[in-house]
Ligand binder design. Sequence first.
Ligand code: FES
Ligand code: FE
Length: 415
Amino acid sequence: MNQPRDYADLARVDRTHVSLYTDPDVFHDELERIFYRSWVYVAHDSEIPNPGDYKTTFIGLVPVIVSRDLAGEIHVLVNRCMHRGATVCATEKGNARSFTCPYHGWEFGLDGSLAAVAMPRGYNAGEIDKDKLNLVAAARVGSYRGIIFASLLAEPDISLDQKLGGVKEYIDLYMDFSPVGEILVGRSGVNKHLYEGNWKIQVEGSVEGYHAPVTHATAFDVMIRKMGFPANYQDLPLHGIDGGYGNNVLEVYRLPDEAVFKRWPAEFIDLLTQAHGRERAMEVLRTRFNMVLFPNFAILEYQFRVIRPISPERTEVRLYHTTLKDVPAAINTRRVREHEFFYGAAAFGGPDDYAVFDRLGAGYHARMAPWVYLNRGYLSEGTDDHGRRIGGHTQETQQRAPYYEYRRLMARAGA
Ligand code: FES
Ligand code: FE
């Protein structure tokens, strides 16, 4: 049993303690109290569209399979053979009728049920109870606009509807970029990054409005000179928003209408207008934002970002490029080109972030300087019409937002 920690003292409203980014006992508590008992992102519908489709991923450290059975129902299963514990599926995605363990050949159905045991005559009557040896299923699975979440060990204390209530309008804006309101995830590639630092560094970094002109100085220079990005970035009237339950939004830009017409071909604007009406189409095209759905998921302009904690000081991040359904191919090609300008191992922006994350990871060993400050704009923070905390986009309201939920979940003793 760990020493109980006062997480309200370590994750204060305007600063966090470095031990939250390095201490193995804290990491253990986070897995038990946040990752295994609250809503965690696992997949998007479009990754497993057909009966028999599956993908493998992780909830915290636990390997899981997200499968679609032959009746179309989605299952989130612990990828751990119920005999002696090997993972029963090793591939990232595919289509199968069942999963067969590589050690002794036990076979499990797409719904996790134990279908067959190899060489069954070696078992005497009463030695195995097949009904009790199905793969462990997540306690709860839910989805919104195709985004699938699961709670692994326990029914979460809030509904998914409640969890997403403060940010649904932004998820809707993201999906309505397609005339049919649907996106496809991962069809146009995945970028994978590893960094030597805690998972919360990427949670904070996915909605960082302050660092961009510094860390990404070269990329910003090109974007301003060649791509029409506003040079007065710092002075734009944009916000960081606390969307509740750890979720947040960083407004990246709002284009004036003439800029929308310049940026997107008339045929594409017409297509969205026919689908959604003029005002909705323009709203979708004007607005650009980043958002985090705490704890492990972010949506940025062209990507789903999945944050996987591996150890207190090692994290994997996957950027799944998103494709718009039912738009001209040229629009999706353009999204790929713009994505790869900034993101990916050889791009102009993303590698800068991961180099900085490694440096944060190193810096957090300096215990003589124990606080990480997230207080920029704290004293001028306001409230919007929906009652959400808001601040300026280069301030840190959006980075403070996850820690309200962090304190709430980490206070749950005994979990
Ligand atoms: Fe899976 Fe033995 S460990 S069949
Ligand atoms: Fe960045």
